[in-house]
Design a protein around this ligand. Structure first.
Ligand SMILES: O=C(O)/C=C/c1cccc(O)c1O
Ligand SMILES: [Fe+2]
Length: 313
């Protein structure tokens, strides 16, 4: 059994934001550390925990969690598009083992994924097909959300099964901490937004795709300038979460209330579910330590932006 975890925030704005030089330098160092960690570890297979932002999963049928037996990256915000190298038999064995433990996973034989899934692979390998890759979707954007405790249990079940594999497994958790990008929400959607959230008119025509992305890019610029109408980042909440995750005792997350998370840390703060599942997978099979940790609230990226690398001790 060999398992390691790279947990990192994603933001499609990395390619579009005008960052201060010191922030760019910090991020360059952080991504270099992530790369070094992954290349030194040299995994045989990546198991990737990520949300979706209404690009592959819609309100016509919204699962809480889903394992892809095959997957394609849609290439939003200029991310690498195309087929991922998903080993179907391994993905199936993982899903079946987790379901047998009482976690109600869905499966997809044709999953579509977005920047949330592929950005870490692009950063560490420069190629989303560099390694065999099992994508696991964790709903983090579309309420209602499962209790956070269930996400911890999902992670534990994943970890227990992955620990039986001969392959060296790299878990990637991809998600922002506190953040509230202007992704449309069902509760406040216009008729056109509601149609988008339902997955009508997919794939989006190029103009609609460009308009959707420009809205987020503009919001990020305004947020950095202090004029955007989105919820502020919550660095204290982020730091406390990182402290809990690093402590090795994940039981405090069981008391997290999804509505409170939204209120304090924003509508997309639920992306931390990917982190909780990744850390829980590590915790299920041994004691661990966080080797590298980075955190900075970055308004230009609309993200409490963090990266940690985790190994068993
Ligand atoms: O526009 C989207 O689909 C999402 C944008 C976004 C912006 C900032 C942080 C994130 O985690 C995002 O997914
Ligand atoms: Fe996201």
């Amino acid at each position: 059994m060999t398992l390691a975890l790279l947990a990192m925030s994603h933001s499609p704005l990395l390619e579009f934001a005008d960052l201060d030089a010191d922030v760019t330098a910090e991020l360059d160092q952080t991504f270099a550390a992530a790369k070094d960690f992954v290349h030194d570890y040299d995994p045989d297979i990546v198991v990737n925990l990520a949300p979706d932002h209404y690009n592959g999963f819609f309100y016509n049928l919204m699962p809480a969690y889903c394992v892809g037996y095959a997957a394609t990256s849609i290439g939003d915000y200029g991310s690498q598009a195309g087929r991922l190298d998903v080993p179907e038999a391994k993905a199936r064995s993982l899903a079946e083992a987790v379901i047998a433990e009482g976690i109600d996973l869905s499966v997809s034989l044709e999953m579509e994924v977005d920047h949330g899934t592929v950005q870490p692979m692009e950063i560490v390998y420069g190629d989303i097909t560099a390694k065999p890759f099992i994508p696991i979707f964790i709903n983090s954007v579309a309420p209602p959300f499962t209790p956070v405790k269930r996400v911890r249990q999902l992670g534990e079940a994943l970890g227990r099964h992955l620990a039986t594999w001969d392959e060296k497994v790299l878990l990637i958790s991809s998600g922002g901490l506190s953040h509230d990008p202007p992704v449309p929400r069902l509760a406040t959607a216009t008729p056109a937004q509601r149609a988008m959230l339902m997955g009508e008119n997919q794939p989006l025509p190029a103009e609609a795709r460009a308009a959707r992305q420009q809205r987020v890019i503009d919001a990020a610029r305004d947020f950095a300038a202090g004029t955007a109408d989105i919820q502020d980042l919550a660095p204290e909440w982020d730091r406390e979460l990182l402290r809990i995750l690093a402590s090795g005792d994940l039981s405090p997350v069981d008391t997290f209330d999804p509505d409170e998370m939204t209120r304090i840390a924003g509508n997309s703060s639920h992306e931390v579910r990917t982190w909780i599942a990744g850390y829980a997978a590590m915790a299920a099979v041994g004691t661990y330590e966080v080797q590298h940790t980075y955190y900075r609230p970055i308004r230009e990226l609309i993200a409490g932006f963090a990266m940690t690398t985790v190994v068993h001790t």
